[in-house]
Design a protein around this ligand. Structure first.
Ligand code: FES
Length: 226
């Protein structure tokens, strides 16, 4: 098996900036939508996580103190963390809002209209996603309750529509090519692979996805004696 350095095409002892750039480069090449494979994509992510753990002195990926790091940089302490930040900026919009306002997922100015509509933070806003988190995990780790059921690529409950950017698809057993062509993706196992992402979540209510839904896990599980 190749070493993490070899997987990312790096020489020994890369600094954080070299590591970040190599990861960005390789993760796009390894993306199944760009000629790579799920196995290759996972190998690149694993290599990045291993090397990051050995070269980064900051807190673990899902530690809430990430926000403190960002604040420190924005305050101008000059530690350079913002320049080496591999996280993706995610702007989200709830599909229910489109229904309420009569908007379409294909509206060119959809996110501009949403920004001007004074929407609640559960319906529209931004957060940062770590490359080790799925989009669903990233939303949950920041306090949002986005829909899901299987968490394993076998339903459309967690589906989102990509408005801008790209999400990996390491395990999709359910979305037909037509839905993929319409930029539908699964948030439970897709991770952001671009610096910025604009997504419409909660699209399980799209009529085209109705047949691909499973009962939501928290409410419809069977128990002994049911
Ligand atoms: Fe079923 Fe994501 S929750 S594929």
């Amino acid at each position: 098996m190749d070493s993490p350095l070899a997987v990312l095409g790096l020489d020994a002892d890369p600094d954080d900036d070299e590591l970040r750039r190599a990861y960005r480069e390789r993760v796009k090449e390894a993306h199944p939508d760009h000629g790579g494979s799920a196995e290759e994509f996972r190998a690149v992510r694993d290599a990045y996580e291993q090397l990051k753990a050995g070269t980064t002195t900051g807190p673990p990926a899902r530690d809430a103190t990430h926000a403190d790091d960002r604040d420190a940089d924005e305050s101008g302490d000059g530690d350079g963390d913002a320049d080496t930040d591999p996280r993706s900026e995610v702007t989200y919009l709830n599909y229910d809002v489109l229904t309420d306002y009569g908007w379409e997922t294909t509206d060119d100015d959809l996110f501009e209209k949403a920004a001007a509509a004074d929407l609640d933070a559960t319906d529209f806003g931004r957060f940062e996603a770590d490359p080790t988190e799925s989009l669903l995990e990233a939303a949950e780790n920041r306090g949002f309750a986005w829909p899901f059921a299987c968490r394993g690529g076998a339903c459309a409950n967690c589906a989102i529509v990509l408005f801008e950017g790209e999400l990996s698809m390491p395990g999709n057993h359910v979305l037909p090519a037509e839905m993929m062509d319409r930029d539908v993706r699964l948030s439970c196992n897709g991770t952001p692979v671009t610096d910025e992402l604009k997504v419409i979540y909660n699209v399980k209510h799209m009529p085209e996805l109705e047949d691909l839904l499973l009962p939501p896990r928290p409410f419809k599980q069977a128990y002994p004696g049911d």
